[in-house]
Design a protein around this ligand. Structure first.
Ligand code: HEM
Length: 499
């Protein structure tokens, strides 16, 4: 492969690069950058320094100074993901792993450990597993999914609309994707505050993360057995029935992949879009002027703050070249939407509005490109629209500077988004909103709807009734298991999420 881009500091070789300078005194120019510890507090800034120094592909170091490449260029990220003959996602060929340099309790091990899922597979096996996932996904009806998202969003708004204040990350963005994903997968009855708390806890890598993770996987295992015995019209049933003949383990692992990856990404997307709409003068002006649709705001957010900053990883199947760097067989590379999306060669002016342009890297590209992107977009589009329709006067309830994020290599997660608005009555979510249906594209600010009288019993965000499944055991993340010594998976998650 060739590259048209210069490499300011000349080609590097991961195997020959000297170790970086003393961690306490920063990096010696020309050496790989550590993605942890001092100097890695602001990864966005670090990526720009690396771009300046190395060009579109730069050498970096993980814990234990394990070498990787960070792909910073937009074109190079596309080249990486679209070249399955040169790069694979099969972690087993990563050189440090093959050479025994990755200790068994390395914080990254849970991610490095190969799993029998489409995200790690290639070739015929990838086609078999991904084919079953995408075939199950096309059975999801877009219109009814949008209606479901709208109803779930309305139900969440009912929980806080009478108060006049809310915290939108914890009370909205962290709930809506879980309600929708439980419905799509085929276990709407599992959606409740407990499931949301368990998923969040598992992703945070806290003391109770293992118990929380087991709680979520338990629900997915019960769903797998239930649908194997009694199929229905849902994602899990279609996955099981696919001619690819997935085993129960493969079904459960793909449900787990979908639930966690989709949940994490969509929560980040929703939070980011809401924050952007509430704080960014470009958007406030454009929205008030009626020039910007919610879907355009979502697309802009996917450029500026991709829900996954980077993805670990792709691995070279042969000696090759990318962005002017010599890549050796077995080298690992981060697919990196965050720095790729701000590559000055595609975005010379970062303040420019992208006007719905979808050529960002947020959903990846090539054979592993996200198959769930329409669902992710629908949750953000319809969810934000529904919220703004109900609370058109919503405003940030703190100084913008007070907003905080947890940052890791993988993602940035907004911690809280406090808002205030005129208190309003609850609305019957079963009744159609005044503008009749959920439009795929609508202008903001929306029409102000007359609030309906409060229903006799305050609704809680429970999805439509379904036949009762095997009851889930009661769960309390704080007491489910005594705090254990952090295991490798938990330490990895804690480090990855920046906790
Ligand atoms: C805003 C929301 C989402 C974002 C930003 C996102 C982003 C991504 C990215 C970057 C990848 C990896 C691409 C690569 O490795 O090269 C991916 C893979 C994947 N995503 Fe999503 N995703 C989102 C929502 C969803 C949803 C809603 C689902 C399912 C309902 C889903 C299912 C998957 C699956 C199964 C894969 C693995 C595909 C494969 O390896 O072949 N994602 N996603």
């Amino acid at each position: 492969m060739t590259s048209e881009h210069p490499t300011p500091s000349g080609p590097h070789d991961l195997a020959l690069d000297p170790p970086p300078g003393c961690p306490a005194h920063g990096r010696v120019p020309g050496t790989p950058a550590r993605l942890y510890g001092p100097g890695a507090e602001d990864l966005g800034e670090l990526y720009e320094q690396l771009r300046e120094e190395y060009g579109p592909v730069a050498p970096v170091l993980l814990h234990d100074d394990l070498p990787m490449w960070m792909v910073l260029g937009h074109a190079e990220n596309l080249q990486l993901t679209r070249s399955p003959s040169h790069f694979t996602k099969d972690t087993r060929i990563w050189a440090p792993q093959r050479d025994g340099r990755v200790r068994p309790d390395h914080p990254l091990m849970p991610h490095i450990a190969w799993q029998p899922i489409c995200a790690h597979a290639e070739g015929d096996e990838h086609r078999r597993l991904r084919g079953a996932v995408t075939a199950a996904m096309v059975t999801i009806d877009d219109r009814s999914t949008r209606q479901y998202i709208h109803r779930a969003a309305q139900t969440l708004v009912n929980r806080f609309c009478e108060k006049g204040t809310a915290e939108l990350v914890g009370q909205f963005a962290e709930h809506l994707p879980m309600a929708v994903l439980c419905q799509i997968l085929g276990m709407p009855e599992e959606y409740n505050d407990t499931m949301v708390a368990a998923a969040r806890d598992a992703l945070k890598g806290s003391e109770t993360a293992v118990a929380s993770h087991e709680y979520v996987v338990g629900a997915l295992s019960r769903l797998t057995s239930r649908r194997r015995a009694q199929p229905d019209e849902d994602f899990a049933s279609h996955l099981i029935a696919d001619p690819a003949g997935l085993t129960d383990d493969e079904v459960r692992e793909h449900l787990r992949l979908v639930l966690f990856a989709a949940y994490e990404a969509t929560v980040n997307l929703l939070s980011n879009v809401l924050r952007m709409i509430l704080t960014d003068p470009r958007f406030l002006a454009q929205l008030n002027g009626g020039e910007m649709t919610v879907p355009e705001a979502v697309e802009q957010s996917l450029w500026d703050e991709p829900p996954f900053s980077t993805i670990f990883g792709y691995f070279a199947k042969q000696d090759t070249e990318l962005g002017g760097q010599r890549i050796r067989k077995g080298d690992g590379l981060f697919f990196a939407p965050a720095p790729g999306n701000v590559d000055p060669r595609v975005r010379p002016d970062l303040s420019a509005h992208m006007r719905g342009n979808r050529s960002h890297l947020a959903f990846g590209s090539g054979p592993h490109e996200c198959p769930g992107q329409d669902i992710g977009r629908a949750i953000a589009d319809v969810g934000v629209d529904a919220l703004l329709t109900r609370l058109p006067d919503i405003q940030l309830d703190c100084d913008e500077e007070e907003l905080r994020w947890t940052t890791s290599i993988a993602s940035r997660h907004l911690v809280e988004l406090p808002v205030h608005f005129e208190p309003r009555s609850q609305q019957d979510v079963k009744l159609r909103p005044s503008h009749a249906h959920v439009p795929p594209q609508r202008m903001v600010p929306p029409m102000v709807m007359e609030p309906l009288p409060a229903p006799s019993a305050p609704p809680v965000p429970t999805p439509e009734p379904v036949p009762q499944p095997v009851a889930a055991p009661p769960f309390d993340a704080s007491t489910a298991l005594p705090p254990r010594r952090p295991n490798a998976w938990r330490r990895f998650l804690a480090w990855w999420r920046g906790y």
